[in-house]
Design a protein around this ligand. Structure first.
Ligand SMILES: *[C@@H]1O[C@H](CO)[C@@H](O)[C@H](O)[C@H]1NC(C)=O
Ligand SMILES: *[C@@H]1O[C@H](CO)[C@@H](O)[C@H](O)[C@H]1NC(C)=O
Ligand SMILES: *[C@@H]1O[C@H](CO)[C@@H](O)[C@H](O)[C@H]1NC(C)=O
Ligand SMILES: *[C@@H]1O[C@H](CO)[C@@H](O)[C@H](O)[C@H]1NC(C)=O
Length: 686
């Protein structure tokens, strides 16, 4: 009897214990211990940026927009220092976190930039930068001991500035995006000890564990497909003494960011505890992830069928290798999974080689800043094409570049040179465009009398100006994304069979979402067309395109280059077209700047209008420049042009640039115009 009641009491105690544990766990708010098995009802999370909890209970950190970021924090303060069982007050206690995440790219297999678990001194990471900073650091806080941030990054883009090992890795970050240690994503199978790869952007739910051992001062990170027991061997270990990093006030949360590749980052559930393993997440209660697309299912099906055909594949591979080795290695066409998306725009090397007679010299149209251009005729359709061969250093950045190429291929406008398709080789990219029989505006402006192209009449020039404005308006405002061209100049504006102007060479264009921060670190463009703020900050925007358009407009009307260098004995003199036109405008002698080749044969009203619009667009202050829609209205005479006030425009471009130490050699990207000799410049312009 006594024994039975003892058993009863023990059982009762046991069940009470279970109940209490369950409450602590499901409450989500136990001081330093919590578990979210799904986020439905987690109304107290601190959310920022694109982060939100979906109606289905998923924590969605980014929403599929480009260059976006999202943060989510558990609302309560953690007690990670001293106290508890630790004697030393300064020491950081052991802690563990586990979470289930899913990275679902908009285009299958192509996702960026990544997701991170962070322990930070504040729940406000709004100063973090998107893209490669994963939303939790920026260029000043990266590498600074004052950041007090520990993070575990699940990174899907290889960022060379942070010495990333590949585009699918897990890293331990302490105050810096250069990881203390990192590893390709995967896990060690408990039974065989073998390493198994995991693809972070697979769109599949994956579990991660992060364990900090306060005594050994080591962080272990472990990954496994969801539903698999935590592997015994961690994926990556990093020695890190967090006692100088983690502050008395600290919070745990997630940060995720996208770059140009559109991705949705999700957390399905997470848990955390101090001085003990993170509580188990209830897998049965986790919400489901949305699927990337049917293509990924197809891929999964293929993957399952793969072992069956492995033998066949092996034989085929050997045959292929033998075939390929016979060709020169550099002509091996590269084609990877992620390119399936762009299938329609892939052209074969064979097709392009046949189109251009094997890239014979006689078909060479010219050599631009980015590579040689050949004329050709596509064998299948008979379409005339211009094939540009662009050299590229490595596979690095290729995914993003091809994503851009694919987007550019979808742009359609009568004033843009249509991109027909591309082909990718080991270190070259071939781009096929519509062939433009009348060459570039530059060749007509400076072709010279002899064998060059005929000079353009004013009527043709004015049509070209309006055409370029219309093309830019489409890029800036009328397409689904804001596209900044970045390299508007006379040699990039081509003329089709009907002498319509078409903007070409989107090689430098970068895509941005409307409203997203436009950023870049390298100033690209051509000297004379680069707006002052672009030279200073490296930030291209629609208004820097407007500046270049203004320079182009003045160039077309005057027949002179935006900047000319002339040597006067030992000193060099710089001619700034904007300043020159402006001086003449102020002296009311605008007729003197008109290109001599159209003297006496132009509409005075149109020309004066064009010059004034050109001056307005070339204004050193971006805020004074009009948008392309306004420019179109001015040129059409539908809106009155604002008065050019000498006081506002009066700042000399030349002195502005010189004051700022602007040096042409630093920012100039080699361009075809730089190959034209000084003599041609001057005689053409005179
Ligand atoms: C959310 O926070 C409020 C006030 O801080 C608190 O009263 C409430 O219990 C919290 N709810 C949950 C679900 O933690
Ligand atoms: C970078 O982050 C730090 C810390 O949050 C902030 O003080 C700083 O203003 C940020 N810098 C930039 C350039 O955003
Ligand atoms: C970030 O900080 C690390 C130092 O931790 C430094 O090596 C790296 O160059 C920095 N990267 C950038 C892009 O600032
Ligand atoms: C990095 O992690 C690996 C895998 O856990 C481990 O073998 C290696 O020793 C670690 N390197 C450092 C410097 O901690």
């Amino acid at each position: 009897m006594l024994e039975a009641s003892c058993v009863c009491v023990l059982l009762l105690l046991f069940f009470w214990g279970l109940l209490l544990a369950a409450v602590a766990v499901s409450g989500g708010g136990g001081d330093d211990k919590f578990v979210y098995s799904g986020f439905a009802g987690a109304t107290n999370l601190t959310l920022h940026g694109a982060a939100m909890v979906t109606p289905g209970g998923l924590l969605q950190l980014t929403d599929g927009a480009a260059v976006s970021k999202g943060h989510a924090f558990h609302p309560t303060l953690l007690h990670l220092r001293g106290g508890g069982k630790e004697a030393a007050a300064a020491a950081v206690r052991s802690f563990s976190a586990s979470f289930v995440f899913g990275i679902v790219p908009v285009a299958p297999g192509m996702g960026g930039h990544g997701l991170a678990l962070v322990v930070a001194p504040s729940r406000d990471l709004s100063t973090g930068t998107a893209s490669s900073y994963l939303g939790f650091l920026n260029s000043t806080s990266n590498g600074s001991a004052r950041s007090h941030i520990v993070a575990v990054e699940l990174d899907t883009i290889q960022s060379p500035e942070f010495q990333d090992m590949d585009d699918n890795h897990v890293g331990v970050d302490v105050n810096s995006l250069v990881s203390v240690n990192s590893s390709t994503a995967g896990y060690y199978d408990d039974r065989t000890g073998e390493f198994r790869n995991l693809i972070l952007v697979s769109g599949e739910a994956t579990q991660a564990w992060v364990d900090y051992d306060g005594e050994a001062k080591r962080i272990d990170v472990t990954l496994a497909p969801v539903g698999t027991k935590k592997p015994r061997k961690p994926l990556v270990s990093a020695s890190a003494d967090l006692s100088t990093v983690i502050t008395d006030v600290s919070y745990v949360g997630f940060s995720a960011a996208t770059g140009k590749l559109r991705t949705r980052h999700y957390v399905l559930g997470c848990s955390f505890a101090v001085d003990e393993p993170a509580p188990a997440i209830d897998m049965a209660r986790l919400p489901g992830l949305p699927h990337a697309s049917s293509k990924s299912k197809l891929k999964a099906a293929l993957a399952m069928a793969l072992p069956l055909v492995a033998g066949v594949v092996a034989v085929a591979t050997v045959a292929c290798v033998l075939l390929l080795v016979r060709r020169r290695y550099r002509y091996v066409e590269l084609r990877e999974d992620w390119e399936i998306e762009f299938g329609a725009q892939r052209l074969s090397y064979k097709e392009l080689s046949r189109a251009t007679d094997g890239f014979k010299k006689k078909n060479l149209l010219g050599t631009g800043g980015f590579g040689a251009v050949f004329k050709g005729v596509l064998p299948t359709s008979g379409t005339e094409v211009a094939v540009k061969r662009v050299a590229h250093g490595s596979r690095q950045g290729m995914k993003e570049f091809v994503a851009e190429v694919a987007t550019i291929g979808r742009l359609r406008h009568r004033n843009l040179v249509q991109l027909l398709g591309y082909c990718r080789l080991k270190d070259e990219l071939l781009l096929a465009y519509d062939y433009m029989p009348n060459g570039s505006v530059e060749s007509h402006l400076y072709g010279g009398g002899g064998g060059g192209k005929p000079a353009l009449s004013w009527a043709q020039r004015f049509r070209i100006i309006k055409g370029v404005a219309s093309g830019l308006l489409y890029l800036h405002e009328e397409w689904e994304q804001v596209v900044v061209h970045r390299d508007v100049k006379a040699s990039n504006i081509l003329l089709d069979g009907e002498m319509n102007a078409r903007l070409g060479d989107f090689g430098l264009a970068r895509l941005h979402d409307r409203g997203a921060e436009l950023h870049t670190t390298v100033v690209a463009g051509t000297f004379g067309y680069i707006a002052p703020e672009l030279a200073l900050t490296g930030r291209a925007s629609p208004l820097t395109d407007v500046f270049a358009f203004g320079a182009f407009l003045l160039e077309v009307a005057t027949g002179r280059r935006p900047v000319e260098e002339a040597m006067d004995g030992s000193s060099s003199r710089r001619f700034m077209l904007v300043d020159w036109v402006f001086e003449h405008w102020r002296n009311e002698s605008l007729a003197e700047v008109v290109d001599p080749r159209i003297q006496g044969d132009y509409d005075v009203g149109e020309l004066s209008l064009a010059l004034r619009v050109g001056l307005l667009c070339s204004h050193p202050l971006a805020s004074v420049r009009p948008g392309m829609r306004q420019v179109m209205q001015y040129l059409a005479g539908d809106a009155p042009l604002p008065e050019l006030a000498p006081t506002t425009q009066g700042m000399s471009m030349l002195s502005l640039l010189q004051n700022q130490g602007f040096d042409s050699s630093v920012v100039m990207v080699s361009s075809s115009s730089s190959s034209v000799s000084l003599d041609t410049c001057l005689s053409g312009g005179r």
